[in-house]
Write a protein that binds this ligand. Sequence first.
Ligand code: GTP
Ligand code: ZN
Length: 324
Amino acid sequence: MGKGRRQHEERAGRIVAAHGRRVVVEARDGTTRACRLFGRKLQVVCGDDVQWVEAEAEGADGLVVSAGTRRSELARINASGVAEVIVANLDQLVAVLAPVPEPDFELCDRYLAAAEWAGLDAAVTLNKSDLPGASDPGVVAELDTYERLGYPAVRTCKRPEPSVEPLRRLLRDRVSVLVGQSGVGKSSLLNLLVPGVEAAVQEVSRATEEGRHTTTASSLYHLPGDGDLIDSPGVRDFAPPLPAPRDVASGFREVHAAGVGCRFPDCRHDGEPGCAVEAAAAEGHISPRRLTSYRRLLRLAGTMEERLRASGRLRRERDERFRR
Ligand SMILES: Nc1nc2c(ncn2[C@@H]2O[C@H](COP(=O)(O)OP(=O)(O)OP(=O)(O)O)[C@@H](O)[C@H]2O)c(=O)[nH]1
Ligand SMILES: [Zn+2]
């Protein structure tokens, strides 16, 4: 600490690891401290900008005293079925697909929609590009569809020679997460992108006092060059909360764009007369598979809304959050 600096001077920092109320703060000078949160009301997640002070607190070296306004939030549905924010100040979501396990494009659509609802950039990577299934015409066609919608689509693999450069370029200068179904190779990609990540994970476990083999903390890793990756078991294959049915379309770029031409302003693009989305699909401008994905999510959102209404939990705030 500099000479004459007051012990309790507030300093700016960023949450680079969080496990409940045990966090690691990175100060502006790049040094990190295990910290606790001041007061019961304060809640932070990985990626939050915070103010902190040096202080001995429950074995930690500092106290986080306040959190700044977030430019974005990524939420998931937790085990109790409630939406909770898991990452703050994210720029980009990268959906990871692979030929094996069989690619779940509907899940990929849902992640891309979650990115749209949260106001994030999104991209797709087909990992395990060394496997023959990576050039399957069906897979190639789906990647083309994503590219035409404006989502960058790259290919990566860890074998026979690691190839992650195209993905690295996408991650430059941004804070990103890698998401996707189990087994597509997210951990393998993280290991290739962040040298020494295993040591970093152990360091976080120590700082947040987790068991070494039960790491559930989320962590922010700096990429060589510029850019950051946030990773945690709760983020990798998170279930994105759904907005109210009328807002689902804003998660599908092509449906949202075509929807301005529908006869009814509140058209849900689900069989209504004069639906411009239906017409665009019939003319081949919208992928039938994407439209099916949209409609499945629309129905799911309807079911969720009814369930929430029945339990009296439907709140206006939730609707506001997804409105664009
Ligand atoms: N052929 C091939 N196999 C890969 C590649 N990347 C990962 N794998 C294999 O795929 C399997 C799953 O990889 P992981 O990195 O554990 O996948 P994950 O997405 O992190 O899986 P979860 O931890 O279950 O979420 C492992 O057996 C890897 O060795 C690749 O580029 N090519
Ligand atoms: Zn319509």
